[in-house]
Design a protein around this ligand. Structure first.
Ligand code: MN
Length: 510
């Protein structure tokens, strides 16, 4: 096996590992289909709580019965393929049989996952939330137990997260679930306890209180916490997502650039530590397979951090894993290709964190498999990535400082206002800054550029920045050598360049 093959093998192993750890996280989104949920442990595994005979009956007779009866009822009515979670959320549309059996199927599928053979301790955000809202963890347990003891007849006790993001303990009759639209003041179920006699009677007989107390010995807090985090994180991301992204460009060419709003979505995704890690690790693994790039974990001789080098020069690709603009462009372009070739697109919006993570995993997998094509220096994809990374990252800070100095020299300190980090972020109006010339304040769009060429009375500015129509009054192009200021009234776009009539160049600052 040669060196490259070895590398690829390692990466593939890593991807498989990463995938299985993602898959291990069984969450509600994976229970949507109406099938029998596999019991994640043996019948005898929950001994401190329940005996194996009860578990066997509970799982193979009662639970399976709900699933079978539900499917039978649905097929009779010709509802077609439905997702269990959807039925639950719209339960008022269905009859009593479906309500009871859909509830039974859903509640138990959740319940099996909420129990664990290993005794677990609650930690993290959910513990903080419980302590804040119930005073102490013990208070919460007491309240849960009291509510359970007060349940008359068959039903369930739940800890739910309400729409207002509060924790609440509620009790539902029969097989109703807090997500059902007929439940007043329901919520998203985090933890549930089955209080049907079939769940405990063989072992506990009439000592239901003891069954309730022993429940704490087997709660799968890891799962419950994940449900909580998934729900709270999804809310956070949903609120920032622009829902039109990633859906509208089937007919556009292969390489896609991103709008400011789209870039913000990917900026948020990169900030999520788990997503950032999946993407970052994936990108690094992909880069390590690029034959012409040299990875230097620590290059002490040139006194720089680790990174990727070519001809002893640190390469801009070193910044790829942390750059949200490139992330957005790659995701959008890959998605475009998937759509064009009839494959299922990646989903980054309007979905669960879990699905986003799966999409990112799929994305880095695609990049790794195709790394020799993507990171081929003459490929359009590579050039697009590089123009996205641009000089703005490696040289950004220095250029920014220089540009500011040049503007202040020319127009005076009081007349210059620059948004810092203009190379890769702008303020909410899309302005990179303002300058006041002869009492008139004008907004700026600042771009890095590599070269200016005069051709037939036109000034062509070759830029590594995004090509877009901007609303700002002035287009400012800057690099180590000079800063050019154009009126933004006759701006035209070319491939990797802007074009202006020569007379629109109003200042050249050095
Ligand atoms: Mn049950």
């Amino acid at each position: 096996m040669n060196k490259l093959e070895e590398k690829i093998k390692k990466i593939q192993e890593h991807i498989v590992e990463q995938r299985s750890s993602t898959q291990k996280k069984i969450l509600i989104s994976e229970m949507k289909k109406i099938g029998i949920e596999k019991l994640p442990y043996s019948y005898s595994a929950l001994k401190p709580f329940i005996d194996s005979e009860t578990m066997k009956f509970h799982y193979s007779k009662h639970y399976k019965g709900y699933v079978d009866k539900l499917n039978k009822a649905l097929s009779k009515k010709n509802y077609g393929d439905l997702e269990l979670e959807k039925i639950i959320k719209n339960i008022s549309k269905y009859d009593e049989t479906i309500r009871n059996n859909a509830g039974g199927a859903f509640n138990h599928a959740l319940f099996w996952n909420m129990l664990s053979p290993k005794s677990q301790e609650l930690k993290g955000e959910l513990l903080k939330k419980i302590t804040t809202e119930f005073g102490t963890f013990n208070n919460f347990k007491k309240k849960f137990e009291t509510t359970a003891k007060d349940r008359f007849g068959s039903g369930w006790i739940w800890l739910v997260l309400t729409k207002k993001n509060k924790l609440k303990i509620i009790s539902t009759p029969n097989q109703d679930n807090p997500l059902m639209n007929i439940i007043k003041d329901g919520g998203f179920p985090l933890l549930g306890l089955d209080l049907w006699e079939h769940a405990y009677y063989l072992k506990y007989k009439n000592k239901r209180d003891e069954y309730i107390k022993n429940f704490w010995k087997v709660v799968n807090w890891d799962f419950v916490s994940k449900m909580f985090e998934m729900k709270t994180k999804t809310k956070l991301i949903e609120s920032r997502m622009n829902k039109t992204i990633i859906k509208e460009y089937v007919e556009k060419p292969y390489i896609q650039s991103c709008s400011f709003k789209e870039e913000r979505v990917f900026q948020d995704l990169l900030k999520d530590s788990e997503i950032g890690l999946i993407y970052g690790t994936g990108i690094h693994n992909a880069l390590k397979t690029v034959p012409w790039l040299e990875f230097k974990p620590k290059n002490l001789s040139v006194n720089r951090m680790q990174g990727y080098y070519k001809n002893n020069e640190r390469h801009n690709l070193s910044y790829l894993a942390g750059n949200y603009r490139a992330f957005c462009m790659i995701a959008k372009s890959v998605n475009n290709l998937l759509i064009q070739t009839g494959q299922e697109p990646l989903n980054f919006v309007d979905t669960t964190i879990e699905e986003i993570k799966n999409s990112v995993t799929r994305l880095v997998n695609i990049i790794t498999i195709n790394s020799s094509k993507i990171f081929e220096e003459s490929s359009p994809f590579y050039r697009a990535i590089m123009s996205n990374l641009g000089g703005s990252i490696l040289k950004g800070e220095k250029i920014e400082k220089l540009t500011k100095e040049r503007l202040i020299n020319k127009f005076g300190e009081n007349n210059v206002e620059i948004v810092s980090g203009f190379g890769y972020q702008t303020d909410s109006n899309g302005n990179d800054g303002k300058i006041t010339i002869n009492g008139i304040t004008q907004s700026l769009q600042i771009k890095p550029f590599s070269k200016g060429i005069i051709e037939n009375n036109n000034f062509i500015v070759i830029t590594s920045g995004t090509l877009k129509n901007y609303n700002q009054d002035l287009m400012v192009f800057t690099n180590f050598k000079e800063t050019l200021i154009f009126k933004n009234t006759n701006t035209k776009m070319r491939l990797h360049a802007y074009e202006f009539p020569v007379e629109d160049l109003i200042y050249t600052l050095r």
